[in-house]
Write a protein that binds this ligand. Structure first.
Ligand code: AMP
Length: 175
């Protein structure tokens, strides 16, 4: 087994002073590490009926698409404003380092479908909560929110209270 934590690179003061950026590019460059991360993220939902995965732009796409491939289900995209070409729904939210909005195609998910939403990292939870709202506005059911990394002290898990939150790696924000 690869120690996945050892494959995450810490980049201090990116994208602005005081932020300790968790860089997953060093993990996905490692074939065994990447494969193991996907296997473990998928294993969490073994035995669950999942109809679709939702990936959050941009790093969430990397993990969601590999998981969807392995689970044999399709994938929907949650993207930054103006990127999706057809009719969309939009939700704004606050980020650890700024303010943003996310969109989903209005026809991306079937009503009552069971979905897992995937991103690389959970910080304050604003991004995932916006994605959850988009999924629920399409009448789909959020079975879980899946992350490679969770920054425990930033409280994202509390923001997502009531939803199943699964993260492979946990850090304090200063690590
Ligand atoms: P939040 O909405 O605060 O939970 O922020 C989560 C989103 O911002 C995810 O899409 C992450 O990719 C990104 N993000 C926030 N903080 C960090 C960090 N310290 N290192 C890497 N990515 C981060």
């Amino acid at each position: 087994m690869t120690n996945l934590s050892s494959l995450i690179r810490n980049v201090p003061d990116f994208p602005k002073p005081g932020i300790q950026f968790k860089d997953i590019t060093t993990l996905i460059q490692d074939a065994r590490g990447f494969h193991q991360a996907i296997d473990q993220m998928v294993a969490v939902y073994a035995g669950e009926k999942i109809n679709c995965l939702v990936g959050v732009e941009a790093r969430g796409f990397i993990f969601a698409s590999a998981m969807a491939w392995q689970m044999g289900v399709g994938m929907a995209l949650v993207r930054k404003p103006g990127k999706l070409p057809a009719a969309t729904l939009s939700e704004s939210f606050s980020l650890e380092y700024g303010q943003d909005a996310l969109e989903i195609h209005s026809d991306a998910l079937a009503a009552n479908s069971k979905v897992v939403i995937v991103d690389d990292l959970l910080a304050t939870g604003g991004t995932m909560l916006a994605a959850v709202r988009l999924v629920e506005r399409l009448q789909a059911k959020v079975v879980g929110c899946s992350f490679l990394i969770e920054l425990d002290r930033l409280g994202g898990r509390q923001v997502l209270q009531g939803y199943r939150v699964e993260s492979l790696l946990h850090y304090f924000d200063s690590e």
